[in-house]
Design a protein. Structure first.
Length: 419
């Protein structure tokens, strides 16, 4: 047993980073909004998104463990057109994704320190801190902190959920009428909700990069089943938390006549208040700090993931170097961090103070490109690149095909409805 726990502790890391990335916007913002605006109506779609997108995230971890290379290297093996298409997808979405995450994180930062007079300067400061940390190579020092923060947030969410269930749902006002989901606005939000539930499919490449980085850090190569167990445990926790956030939004806001603000700072305050009204006012500073810390961990993971991905794409496109997890922070990595920060700030300034519009746009873009990455990942782990005993079991292959159909179907449905 001690040996098993030791091996798990050495493997633990990539799944935690994945969870900290996912618990950010998709949970604190989108899941809470889903419950607040539609009650429990959308909880089935949350479960479907979690189920049908699962294989494509797992394939990133599977491919990295078996081949010792990232799944981005796999795209290169499929052919240069696949790698360049992934580059186009990454560049097309990364500024909007980073802007949305940064905008939300800035709101929780303002709420924590009660400084709403800085406006967009809050995001500039936040991006500057993230850029400095990653450029100096200090991200690894945050690994243990993120695990502690995530644990506090999990305990807080479960506690708030239990107390909300005990207290019962908020009393609905007499004039309340449930919103329509099958109109254009409802469908737009549904697609946005599933776009980042639990996160964008194109971020599956980060799992493989983090898996390789963890192996390098610990000098420990886990078995395939150990890597998959660590990821599956994190994914399960992520999914359960999503359902709890929807439930909290439904129990505390749905039908009350209250609406979640569109301003990022006011929205953050409302979400934190959601917890403190059920747990107790004494918990405000703990919840506020935990919520911001989760978002801070998310934004750093986003900066790191995109910059690592872009660096690897450039290496594969213009050099013949074999993959080596980063042992130091190279010039190209730092350059991409700065480019990402500047481009994302431009997007933030364009959207102004419209939290929901920015988040919905970013998540919708992610959902529309998800089928392409899903097909890439499926092709890699079911073809000649993995041995038969390393490939996914039959049930997972079937689920993958169903997931691809699900993603394509809803993408087409959205396009038809929208345009």
């Amino acid at each position: 047993m001690n040996e098993r726990l030791k091996r798990l502790s050495q493997t633990l890391g990539p799944g935690v980073l994945f969870a900290s990335t996912a618990i950010g916007v998709s949970h604190l913002v989108q899941s809470t909004r889903a419950g607040a605006d539609f009650g429990f109506l959308l909880i089935g779609f949350v479960v479907l998104a979690l189920l049908f997108k699962y294989p494509f995230f797992e394939f990133g971890s599977r491919y990295a463990n078996v081949t010792g290379t990232s799944i981005i290297d796999g795209y290169d093996k499929l052919g240069k057109p696949f790698l360049f298409l992934y580059l186009i997808i990454t560049v097309a979405s990364m500024f909007f994704v980073t802007a949305a995450v940064g905008f939300v994180a800035a709101g929780f930062l303002e709420n924590l320190f009660q400084v709403d007079f800085l406006g967009n300067w809050t995001i500039v400061i936040l991006f500057g801190i993230c850029t400095g940390i990653l450029s100096l190579g200090k991200y690894n020092a945050l690994d243990g902190l993120i695990k502690i923060i995530a644990s506090v947030m999990i305990v807080s969410t479960v506690t708030a959920f239990i107390l909300a269930m005990i207290n019962g749902p908020v009393e609905q006002i007499d004039a309340f009428r449930p919103p329509e989901i099958w109109n254009q606005a409802g469908i737009f939000f549904l697609i946005a909700l599933m776009g980042w539930m639990p996160t964008a499919v194109d971020l599956s490449s980060w799992n493989s990069l983090w898996t390789l980085e963890r192996i390098k850090q610990t000098n420990f190569k886990p078995k395939l089943k150990e890597t998959l167990f660590e990821f599956r445990l994190a994914y399960l926790i992520t999914g359960i938390l999503a359902i709890l956030f929807v439930s909290l939004g439904a129990y505390i806001f749905f039908g009350s006549g209250e609406t979640l603000p569109n301003n990022n700072s006011l929205f953050a305050n409302k979400v934190v208040t959601l917890y403190t009204e059920t747990i107790g006012s004494w918990s405000y500073i703990i919840i506020a700090a935990s919520a911001f810390s989760i978002m801070f961990g998310t934004i750093i993971a986003v900066f790191d993931g995109y910059s690592r991905s872009l660096e690897r794409i450039i290496q594969l496109s213009f050099t013949k170097k074999s993959f080596k997890p980063q042992s130091k922070f190279k010039t190209t990595y730092v350059l991409f961090i700065f480019i990402l920060a500047i481009g994302s700030l431009v997007v933030v300034f364009q959207f102004g103070d419209k939290l929901k519009e920015l988040v919905d746009f970013a998540t919708t873009v992610s959902f529309l490109i998800a089928p392409i990455i899903a097909i890439f990942n499926f092709k890699l782990v079911t073809g000649k690149y993995l041995s038969q005993d390393s490939q996914p079991p039959k049930w997972l292959k079937i689920l993958s095909i169903m997931g691809i159909i699900f993603l394509i179907g809803f993408a087409i449905f959205f396009i038809i409805t929208r345009f």
